[in-house]
Design a protein around this ligand. Structure first.
Ligand SMILES: NC(=O)c1ccc[n+]([C@@H]2O[C@H](COP(=O)([O-])OP(=O)(O)OC[C@H]3O[C@@H](n4cnc5c(N)ncnc54)[C@H](O)[C@@H]3O)[C@@H](O)[C@H]2O)c1
Length: 346
């Protein structure tokens, strides 16, 4: 089996590459080594992206440095492959406000090119959407001093309305890519899947305030840096560990049931930002310095997804609990990641 992983040098992409190397597959990473978001974290941008690149080379992954917006190069790299897993993206909401052109070209044209390559080569492709496509409608009500949510977590399945609430360019680009996946399934019968992913976390994640909040909290707690929580800290997500997402990609390859799938932890892994701080306090033995700021334009307050469709059609279920996953992340940061994280982080 030969697999092309776009964004292979990113956080999730590097896990997908490693997963397929372990399966005995020939793996190609296709990544333009973008550093936008890493530059914002303050955590050694060059070292961080290159760390993943070197890691992949070390485990036998072929590395192509190229851009998903360049169709001919992408098609050439995908030729002879059995499967494309598309993780390359501009994933941060903040960067989408600042550079909407980068956002639309990376996320929409990039996904379109992947679909065109899959169509021409007659191979399956799975792509990363996000639960942000559902929007961020504010549903909190305060009743008898308790916060309640209008949305029933179990109700957020793939048939739930999308793009509710206030939109940012990231919502538009990710939703457009998700629609293109459906379009290529319906029109060209491409065996494609769009994974609407919740918050993913794990080793090799140099998370910052813009993207990758679990890793950002973990890194800052270990460095003794203050953690900023935007909003109340009661925002909830069903976080999912990177290796569980890799299993989902493989489940799609094996079952070939094209469509849109929520891929998250479901109710079992739903934690608030404050719960995450508590878990880190327990693991580290000390409480981090937490500061609060106003919530940000476009932020999602509450999301727990229904993963029944993926369970039913792909035979996939996540297995890593937040306690186990965050402990593994902390272990990686202490043993490896810190070496690459710039002391200038602030
Ligand atoms: N990490 C999360 O919590 C999360 C949550 C929901 C959805 N997602 C989605 O999962 C995917 C992977 O996210 P991640 O956290 O691994 O992001 P990441 O930023 O770590 O990785 C993305 C990779 O894509 C590469 N890339 C960006 N633009 C490119 C281009 N034009 N051509 C080629 N390569 C390009 C970058 O260099 C980077 O290595 C994204 O689509 C993201 O939107 C992530």
């Amino acid at each position: 089996m030969k697999v092309l992983v776009t964004g292979g040098c990113g956080f999730l992409g590097s896990h997908v590459c490693e997963f397929y190397v372990r399966q005995g597959a020939e793996v190609i990473s296709y990544d333009n080594m973008t550093k936008h978001e890493l530059l914002r974290t303050g955590f050694a941008a060059d070292e961080a992206r290159t760390y993943n690149l070197d890691y992949l080379k070390g485990i036998g992954v072929a590395v192509v440095t190229a851009d998903v917006r360049q169709f001919d190069e992408l098609l050439e790299a995908a030729s002879g492959c059995d499967y494309i897993i598309h993780t390359a993206a501009q994933p941060a909401m903040t960067i989408s406000w600042e550079d909407p052109r980068l956002d639309i070209t990376s996320n929409v044209i990039g996904t379109f090119n992947v679909l065109e390559a899959a169509r021409k080569l007659k191979i399956p492709a799975a792509s990363c959407a996000t639960v942000h496509v559902y929007g961020n409608k504010i549903n909190e009500t305060l009743t008898e001093g308790k916060l309640r949510y209008e949305r029933d977590p179990d109700a957020i399945d793939e048939l739930h309305p999308t793009l509710e609430g206030t939109l940012t360019p990231l919502h538009a680009s990710k939703a457009a890519a998700d629609i293109y996946i459906r379009t290529y399934i319906d029109t060209y019968k491409v065996e494609a899947a769009s994974f609407r992913l919740t918050g993913i976390y794990g080793s090799r994640q140099f998370g910052g305030e813009d993207h990758g909040w679990v890793a950002n909290f973990a890194i800052r707690s270990i460095l003794g840096l203050p953690i900023t929580i935007f909003g109340t800290g009661k925002q909830v997500r069903d976080i999912v560990y990177a290796t569980d997402v890799c299993e989902a990609f493989h489940a799609f390859y094996k079952t070939r049931q094209p469509g849109i799938y929520n891929i998250g932890g479901g109710r079992k892994t739903a934690i608030s930002l404050l719960n995450c701080i508590d878990i880190l306090t327990e693991i580290n033995g000390t409480a981090p310095d937490v500061r609060f700021a106003l919530d940000r334009h476009g932020d999602l307050r509450y999301f727990v997804c229904d993963i029944e469709k993926a369970k039913r059609q792909l035979g996939w279920s996540p297995t890593v609990t937040p306690g186990k996953g965050i402990a593994a992340l902390v272990d990686w940061i202490r043993n490896t990641g810190l070496f690459f994280i710039n002391k200038k982080a602030k």
